[in-house]
Every structure is written in structure tokens, then in C-alpha cells.
Design a protein around this ligand. Structure first.
Ligand SMILES: *Cc1c(COP(=O)(O)O)cnc(C)c1O
Length: 418
């Protein structure tokens, strides 16, 4: 049976899958079962931050797999402890503590639970707990009941109501709307410093500063979802630092790029003092408050540690900035009217498309037409909404690979214009 037939018969049809069967990867290259090679600027949607099968990640996995795959979080897991230290001291660079999950949605659920705990600690004037988390339109926080409810996109929630209560969606980058929005029950603001799925929208410096100062004024937690944007992707280990380095979040979630391909997510909570008695925020998630059987097991922790060390030692966040400049300069040089703009930060980039200039069959979008044509020509890129083509190369992508990928994209854009 062909994989596509097996999928049809045995796998829930939750994804619209392209008809290619990748079987091998190395660096920025991917090969399918027919031997065709692709330049991969999808990278598992920003997951394989060091490219496919990076030797250091592969050998960390091999070595760990030969020693110990999994033990319960009932016991000490040195790889997990070391990974947490790496994250706190080398990447977040603020005192705090990490919890390990298996995905981005779960990491966000952990942040939401932490916010509710904080709302029990620092309550409404009438003594009731605070619980409401403000999030933003076009955000994406995941598919669990919690993270879906946090996501400000109707299409993600459709048919799954009633939603978990306690969320409200505000327009992104709108400072006025924000200041009106806080109610007595509001306890936190959760946002992506660079929105990924929602079309690659970067928070403005003024907006992040306004969010942060509102959080301080009203004693709200400032929570960043860096599941897609974090760990070098946007040009700094932490995406918010690219925009407003002076801002200090209370919690941050990650997944995707931190594991280089193994399923791992995490969230960090600050040690900042909260409440009348000044306990550490991170202490509110005490024994029994949260858990995950697999979270941070020896295998995934060893892999993620190899990824984060390589990112840091090779200064790949800086490399992402250099490659971003190359992409922007090249695309500007094309002077193609079908390209409306390039948005994003580092190597989380969205190429805006003027959809009115593209021949789009019914049921498709301009972005999908371009992504499909690029795939046929050996370049993998990803849609972000209907009118944005997302580029997510490995953070160690070479100049030559950037030039080759953009060369294919340019050809495609020339072909799809009416
Ligand atoms: C992908 C993504 C998620 C969800 O992560 P999963 O690992 O798919 O659960 C959450 N937030 C953002 C910003 C994402 O890009």
C-alpha cells in the first residue's frame, strides 16, 4: 500500500498533506522517496533549527538512547537539570525556573495554569481569584482546549465550543485598545513577540513597552509565546529581545526549534517576588500542581541541550540576522509588484503577496499556489495565512543556499502572476 492510501484509510484527515514523501535529510536538504532533492525552507515548521540530522544532535541522541531513554520525573534527570540551567543562564538570562512539556500547546497550557495560580495569589478587590488572560487577534497558541481558547482565530475554534472561559482577544499592536481592556478579573497578557501562523506580524517596540508597563501597573503577568520565534529564530536567543530588550517577561513558552526535531516544549517562570509576602512567582507551581510523564526525559533533554549549545557556540542567532538582511536585499532588488513587503525578524520571514495579481483556483489561496509551485521546483516554503509565504530556513543555512532558494522563489513568482 502506498503511504497516501494508508493515510486515507488509517489516519485522521486533520492535515491537508502535500503529495511528497520525504525519506532523508541532511543540513538544508531533504530527499523524497523518488530521489528528488529539495532545499528545505520549511524545516518542519521552524523545528529543525540546525538543519536535518545535525551530527551533534544525532550523536547526542544515539549516545543517550544507548544509555537511558526514559525515566519518570519521580527521579532526578541530570540531562533535564542541565538543559534548564542552559536555558535560564545562557538564553533567558533572568532568574527563574523551567518546566518541560512535549509540545508548544502544552507549554502554553502551563503558562495559562501558572497565570490562574497567580490569580489565586493576587486576587480581585472583591476577594475572588483573577483568571482572565488577554491574547491577540491572529495569534496562534496551539490546539489543546486551553491553548485553542487562547488563540485569537475563529477558524481554529470552529465547531469545538464551548471554549474554555477566561480569554479575550485584542487587536495586535493597538495600544489604545489594550489600555481599555483590563478588567478586575484580568490576570495576564499572553502574546507572540513575532506572530508566526497568523501571517508573520512583528510586535512594535512601542507596543511591547506599553504591554509591559500595563502589566506592571495592573499587576498582570507578562507572558510571551516564543514557541516558533524563540531560540535564535528571530535573531536573538529570545525573540522579544530583538524588539524591546528592556522588557522583562514573567513567563515564556517554547517548543519547535529548541529540540531540533525531538518533541520537547518548555515554559519558564520568573523568580520575581509577587504578592504581599513577596514569594517567587516560580514557587506558585509547587509539587503536584503540574506534570507530564514524558516531559524533559533523558532522550529529548540530551537532544535539546546539544541544539541549544550549538546555537550559542556558533552564534547562529547572529547568522540569522545576516541571512535576513540578504533575503530582504535580494527581494527588494527584484522590484516585483506581486511582493507587497517582507515582514518578520531573523529567519522567521513572511513574504507578503498581492493575491489580486495571482491566478488562484477555487478553494486555494495565493500563498498555497506559490508554495505548491515552489515544491515542484525543489523548494519547500510554508504559507502563513492566505497571502503570506513564510521562509523558515535552518539557522545555519549558507549564503549559497539562501541565494538558491530565493532564485527558485523568484521564478515561481514570475510564473504565477496573471
Ligand atoms: C506551533 C505553535 C504552537 C503550538 O505548538 P505545538 O507543538 O504544535 O503544540 C504554539 N504557539 C506558537 C506561536 C506556535 O507557532
Amino acid at each position: 500500500m502506498k503511504p497516501s492510501d494508508q493515510f486515507e484509510q488509517f489516519v485522521l484527515p486533520t492535515y491537508g498533506r502535500f503529495p511528497i514523501v520525504p525519506v532523508r535529510g541532511e543540513g538544508s536538504r531533504l530527499w523524497d522517496d523518488a530521489g528528488k532533492s529539495y532545499l528545505d525552507f520549511c524545516m518542519g515548521i521552524a523545528v529543525c533549527s540546525l538543519g536535518h540530522c545535525h551530527p551533534k544532535v544525532v550523536s547526542a541522541i544515539r549516545e543517550q538512547a544507548g544509555n537511558l531513554l526514559h525515566v519518570s520525573n519521580l527521579y532526578q534527570i541530570p540531562q533535564q537539570a542541565e538543559l534548564a540551567e542552559e536555558i535560564v543562564t545562557q538564553h533567558v538570562k533572568m532568574p527563574g525556573k523551567v518546566f518541560f512539556s512535549n509540545s508548544g500547546a502544552e507549554a502554553n497550557d502551563g503558562l495559562i495554569k501558572s497565570a490562574r495560580r497567580f490569580g489565586h495569589k493576587v486576587r480581585q478587590p472583591n476577594g475572588e481569584p483573577r483568571y482572565e488572560v488577554l491574547t491577540f487577534e491572529k495569534s496562534f497558541h496551539g490546539r489543546t482546549l486551553g491553548s485553542m481558547a487562547a488563540t485569537g482565530q475563529a477558524k481554529i475554534q470552529e465547531g469545538f465550543d464551548p471554549m474554555l472561559p477566561g480569554f479575550r482577544y485584542l487587536p495586535f499592536n493597538d495600544i489604545e485598545a489594550l489600555e481599555e481592556a483590563v478588567r478586575p478579573e484580568t490576570v495576564a497578557i499572553l502574546l507572540e513577540p513575532v506572530q508566526g501562523e497568523g501571517g508573520v506580524n512583528v510586535a512594535t517596540h512601542e507596543f511591547l513597552r506599553a504591554v509591559a508597563s500595563l502589566c506592571r501597573e495592573r499587576d498582570l503577568l507578562l507572558l510571551f509565546d516564543e514557541v516558533q520565534a524563540g531560540f535564535g529564530r528571530c535573531g536573538d536567543s529570545m525573540a522579544w529581545r530583538m524588539i524591546a530588550p528592556e522588557v522583562k517577561p514573567d513567563g515564556v513558552s517554547w517548543a519547535k526549534g529548541m529540540g531540533g526535531g525531538v518533541p520537547i516544549g518548555a515554559f519558564w517562570l520568573s523568580d520575581r517576588a509577587v504578592g504581599d509576602d513577596g514569594v517567587a512567582l516560580s514557587s506558585l507551581m509547587g509539587p503536584g500542581s503540574h506534570g507530564s510523564t514524558y516531559g524533559g526525559n533523558p532522550l529529548v533533554s540530551a537532544a535539546a541541550l546539544a541544539v541549544l549549545r550549538e546555537l550559542r557556540e556558533k552564534e547562529l542567532a547572529n547568522h540569522a540576522i545576516l541571512m535576513e538582511a540578504r533575503v530582504r536585499e535580494t527581494i527588494r532588488g527584484w522590484e516585483l509588484p506581486v511582493v507587497t513587503e517582507v515582514r518578520g525578524s531573523g529567519l522567521l520571514l513572511g513574504v507578503g503577496i498581492d493575491a489580486s495579481m495571482v491566478e488562484v483556483p477555487d478553494g486555494k489561496t495565493a500563498a498555497l499556489v506559490i508554495v505548491t509551485r515552489a515544491m515542484e521546483k525543489g523548494l519547500l516554503v510554508v504559507p502563513a495565512g492566505a497571502e503570506t509565504v513564510r521562509l523558515l530556513p535552518a539557522l545555519n543555512v549558507s549564503e549559497q543556499e539562501i541565494d538558491e532558494g530565493l532564485g527558485i522563489l523568484k521564478e515561481v513568482l514570475a510564473e504565477v502572476v496573471k
